[in-house]
Ligand binder design. Structure first.
Ligand code: SF4
Length: 159
């Protein structure tokens, strides 16, 4: 069995439900199964780790911060608990992820980058100004707009 650790500094650890569907962790599993990595000696290497032999772990670094005050269950200096939140992906999930990626790649090749607004990411986004000015179809004919709508729909299905 292999374990991939992703060291996280965020304030809150995610729920198990989130970990089980998170796109980023799915990409890790796909990369471990199918991607080629450059090793330290410069050679390319396929990890070839099937999903059923891979654990993917959100390693919550903040769990190592010791308590400053004594609580009902903890002494001063105790760590906050096990920092590992682990998930895995099935062959089936990897297969549908590949289909999703193919749709996303098609959109990228065609130069279609639909917005994906979120109240988490937009406030910090360095492209927010550009994004707000996006013509969103201005100057396109009806056929082009319809093609873009179809591509956006594909991307939404893939998301
Ligand atoms: S502001 Fe940034 S994060 Fe939000 S939709 Fe636009 S590009 Fe995406």
């Amino acid at each position: 069995m292999y374990e991939l650790l992703d060291f996280k500094t965020s304030k809150f650890a995610p729920s198990q439900a989130f970990l089980d569907v998170d796109y980023q962790f799915g990409l890790y599993a796909l990369a471990c199964a199918d991607a080629t990595f450059k090793s330290s000696d410069g050679t390319l290497r396929l990890l070839d780790i099937p999903p059923d032999r891979l654990k993917i772990t959100w390693y919550h670094l903040r769990d190592h911060i010791p308590y400053k005050r004594k609580t009902k269950n903890n002494q001063i200096g105790d760590e906050r608990g096990d920092p590992r939140r682990t998930t895995a992906r099935s062959e089936e999930q990897i297969k549908s992820l590949k289909q999703d990626l193919s749709k996303v790649a098609t959109n990228i090749r065609r130069g279609v980058f639909p917005r994906n607004p979120s109240y988490h990411t937009c406030p910090l986004c360095p492209y927010a100004e550009m994004c707000a000015k996006d013509s969103c179809g201005m100057g396109l004919n009806r056929n082009q707009k319809s093609q873009i709508q179809q591509l956006v729909q594909n991307l939404e299905e893939a998301a």
